[in-house]
Write a protein that binds this ligand. Structure first.
Ligand code: DC
Length: 393
């Protein structure tokens, strides 16, 4: 969408500009950034952008004087009476609002004037979306949007998208990287559970990609890289109740075999596959926080993570653990073959050109060869106590 779009609401950017936003545009893009701050109050005939103008009514809270939107009688006969709805909800936040048959005037809020509020959305997606801007208030008072799902009418993942651009830097992330069978999965899942955080098992994404590749009859080589990357980008994947579903089918066991691990390691050397999985992994970063395990969480996917742990154990120890695990599942293998598989996987993961397995510069090293799982968890939680961002709040 460029400045010459024929979509009528494009004129919203003129109003945003008048309020102080800096807008650059090209043939098919717009870039909006903060210009004047506080915003400048405006007096606008908004008849040509009735829907989009609702956003201006919330922006008005951040202006240097009262903002008036005129010629908006049509607001009264939309999803709800939008003039009344906007006036009611703005007042809950502490704002002074005047309204008439065809206008609304909103006075800005000083930091001390903001009040925490639960915003009614009247089954009106526009109300839900525009009031989300109130959450940027300088007072830091909480703003609750009731029935947020009403955005589904036009923009189902509006809030997820907003949190991606607005909150990403604030959502705490703990990265636990390390070689195969170091115990990072167990450690990360348990730390996530204890902190009530989300959990990303990034290896499973490579494992599922490997499985999808096999099923499509492809091999993990450069000749098929683009096709495998296309599969990775569109994986119909769901994580529910500890299970991994691919197109609705439970593949949790299929991706845990040694052969699936080898396929995962192979597809993970393909740069286009890694690129295809990047955004998918970053979408796991949601409040209240994330614990992510993998090879490159701290180096590539979440370089600004709050805490990075590089977990290792000797190859002998890791082979021993994997052996016990497989025996307990009734799968027979020898320790020697496991150890050489493991070393081959380490070598490939460490020597590949993109995102090789290596500790981030700011990672804390934890060798758990001689530690119990509980001791490793305690160590990570102790480090977390030392660095967590909201400790004093
Ligand atoms: O952690 P795991 O064994 O489930 O990982 C399987 C393979 O996926 C591993 O050999 C390398 C690859 N992988 C990766 O390259 N980057 C990650 N962040 C996670 C896994």
């Amino acid at each position: 969408m460029g400045a010459d779009s024929i979509q009528g609401d494009i004129r919203f950017i003129d109003a945003a500009r008048q309020m102080g936003a800096q807008v650059d545009s090209g043939p098919n893009w717009l870039e909006v950034r903060r210009g004047a701050w506080p915003l400048k109050a405006i007096d606008l005939d908004a008849n040509h952008i009735p829907d989009a103008a609702m956003t201006l009514a919330v922006m008005a809270l951040y202006a240097d004087g009262p903002t008036t939107l005129r010629n908006i009688a049509s607001w009264r006969v939309k999803e709800t009476d939008r003039i009344d709805a906007m006036a009611n909800e703005l007042k809950k936040l502490g704002a002074t609002v005047e309204a008439g048959p065809d206008f609304i005037r909103v006075h800005p809020l000083a930091p001390a004037g903001w009040q925490p509020a639960s915003i009614h959305t009247y089954d009106d997606h526009r109300v839900a979306m525009c009031f989300s801007l109130a959450a940027f208030n300088p007072a830091g008072v909480p703003v609750r949007i009731l029935d947020p799902h009403c955005v589904a009418k036009t923009f189902p993942d509006y809030f997820e998208t907003l949190f991606l651009v607005a909150r990403a830097a604030e959502v705490p992330v703990i990265c636990i990287d390390g070689p195969t069978a170091s115990g990072k999965g167990t450690l990360a899942a348990e730390v996530a559970r204890l902190l009530g955080y989300h959990y990303l098992d990034s290896g499973s994404l490579y494992r599922v990609t490997g499985l999808a590749m096999r099923r499509a009859g492809l091999e993990a080589d450069a000749g098929h890289e683009a096709q495998i990357a296309a599969l990775a980008a569109a994986l119909p994947l769901q994580f529910t109740e500890g299970k991994v579903l691919l197109a609705g089918e439970d593949v949790s066991d299929d991706i845990r075999t040694e052969a699936a691990g080898m396929d995962a390691s192979r597809v993970s050397t393909l740069p286009a596959v890694r690129a295809a999985l990047l955004a998918l992994q970053q979408r796991f970063r949601r409040l209240p926080g994330l614990v992510a395990d993998g090879r490159d969480m701290g180096t590539v996917i979440f370089p600004d993570a709050t805490l990075k742990v590089f977990l290792t154990a000797s190859a002998a120890e890791r082979a021993e653990r994997r052996h016990k695990q497989l025996i307990s599942k009734g799968i027979s293998t020898t320790l020697d073959s496991l150890r050489s598989d493991l070393e081959a996987r380490d070598a490939r993961d460490s020597s590949r050109s993109v995102a090789p397995l290596k500790p981030a510069q700011d990672a804390r090293h934890l060798d758990n060869s001689q530690l119990s799982i509980e001791q490793s968890i305690d160590q990570v939680l102790e480090w977390w106590q030392q660095v967590q961002p909201f400790k004093s709040a």
